[in-house]
Design a protein around this ligand. Structure first.
Ligand code: NAD
Length: 437
């Protein structure tokens, strides 16, 4: 299959490289010239484990190429994926579909012969219809079918997720397109990955319903964690106890500082807007967004109260800035709101993150970036672990205690056991766990 991927970001680049690895002939397109120049030179513009090798191998084999020139790539393709961003729109917070629609119009002008156009970007119900309308209006002679194929990969384990998905959802209403999409995903299908065909609108909604459900699950355990703190129960045991019930499942039950990242915040917001547009309010999702938003600044207040209340002029070391480990993605990371709330209270921030510090500079101001964990701890009155990178899981706590000016260690991911932290001479504060846990 000859495939063009429009948009070479976290999803487009990973999907493109994986399709090439399956043996397809893939061209990744992006408007961003710097990105394409970097990729042509063998440099990967994002941090994603395993991606550099995968891209290099497939580029060397001649199956993966990069260009800013959309038209020839599209003209030579059997399948064109749209994997551009769908961020929250300024103003009302609904999904900004301008990149998707611009790509659809560009594709329409360039397409030659029968071509399947696939929306991989997360886009609200009805987007597939609009993409089809734009293409038909721009080029009435085009022989195309528009398909929706939402992506479920997670940053940090994107390649594994793409190659071993729980399911592949394909929304279409056309037999020719069904054949093409079956061929595109054949290598995975042979690996027993269930290929689920639905209507286009259903596929669009599956993606949003899935993300909203996961965001709700995290938010639920976060609220239970707050109740645990007040009642002396242990949220980790509660999560284990309910998670062993197969109807609930143990994943996504780790209490923490609130969800963030480039998907959950914008997708929950867009789903709520869709619900309102169709006069079907989604109140559970609305509440989830509200609870999660409040939680991030509440984490700032938790840190301040652990430090005795008055923090003006104090220094806080931060471990981890990205919204989760193994990515450099800073979009909507909880660290942003937490750090801002601490800065509002007059705190000086020294932060360290293994991969996210470059990206963090565009989201945060007034932060000193440290060379490593111990440098972040150096002279700090308190140390706050925000992202659970593996590199933070077995710290030399004694060395940290010696480097710090104060002795408060706040673990917003429940990585440590109280006893080991206290043995090193630090005061330990975590999420939803009583004394002794
Ligand atoms: P991204 O911002 O990393 O990448 C988007 C890329 O598209 C950018 O490089 C941009 O320059 C390029 N682009 C925009 N308009 C273009 C055009 N007309 N032609 C060519 N290139 C264009 O975004 P992402 O994180 O890869 O997300 C893409 C979509 O996938 C979003 O809808 C997102 O919700 C969805 N998604 C993301 C993830 C994730 O973990 N990041 C997971 C599943 C789904």
């Amino acid at each position: 299959m000859r495939i063009t991927m429009i948009g070479s970001g976290y999803v487009g680049l990973v999907s493109g490289a994986c399709f090439a690895d399956f043996g397809h002939d893939v061209t990744c397109v992006d408007l961003n010239e710097q990105k394409i120049e970097a990729l042509k030179a063998g440099r990967i513009p994002i941090f994603e484990p395993g991606l550099e090798v995968l891209v290099a191998d497939n580029a060397r084999a001649g199956r993966l190429t990069f260009t800013t020139d959309l038209a020839p790539a599209v003209a030579n393709s059997d399948v064109v994926f749209i994997a551009v961003g769908t961020p929250s729109r300024r103003g009302d917070g609904h999904a900004d579909l301008s990149y998707v629609y611009a790509a659809a119009a560009d594709i329409a002008r360039a397409v030659k012969g029968f071509t399947v156009i696939v929306t991989k970007s997360t886009a609200p119900v009805g987007t597939g219809d609009e993409v089809e309308r734009i293409i038909r209006e721009t080029n009435p002679a085009a022989d195309v079918v528009v398909v929706t194929n939402p992506e479920f990969l997670r940053e940090g384990s994107a390649i594994e997720d793409f190659k071993r998905p729980d399911r592949i959802v394909v929304g279409l209403e056309d037999d020719r397109a069904r054949e093409v999409m079956t061929d595109v995903y054949r290598p995975l299908y042979l690996n027993q990955a269930p290929l689920m065909f639905t209507g286009r609108r259903t596929a669009e909604l599956i993606k949003y319903a899935g993300n909203a459900f996961l965001a709700m699950k995290i938010t639920f355990i976060n609220e239970i964690a707050d109740l645990c703190e007040r009642t002396g129960a242990n949220v980790q045991d509660v999560a284990r106890g309910i998670g062993m019930d197969n109807r609930i499942g143990g994943k996504f039950l780790n209490a923490g500082p609130g969800y963030g990242g480039s998907c959950f915040p914008k997708d929950t917001l867009a789903l709520v807007k869709t619900g309102q547009d169709f006069e079907t309010p989604l109140r559970l999702v609305e509440t989830t967004i509200e609870v999660n938003d409040r939680r991030k600044r509440a984490m700032g207040r938790k840190v301040i109260s652990a430090m005795g209340g008055n923090v003006r002029g104090k220094t806080i070391g931060i471990l981890g800035l990205t919204f989760k480990p193994n990515t450099d993605d800073m979009r909507d990371a909880p660290s942003i709101a937490i750090i801002q709330s601490l800065q509002d209270a007059g705190v000086r921030i020294r932060a360290y993150d293994p991969e996210g510090m470059e990206a963090a500079k565009t989201f945060l101001s007034g932060v000193d970036y440290a060379a490593d964990v111990y440098d972040a701890a150096s002279g700090a009155d308190a140390l706050v672990l925000i992202t659970e990178w593996n590199a933070f899981r077995s710290l030399d706590l004694k060395r940290i205690e010696q480097a710090m000016a104060g002795n408060v260690f706040i673990d917003l991911r429940n990585v440590y056991r109280r006893k080991e932290v206290e043995t090193a001479g630090l005061n330990y504060v975590s999420i939803g766990r009583p004394q002794g846990a």
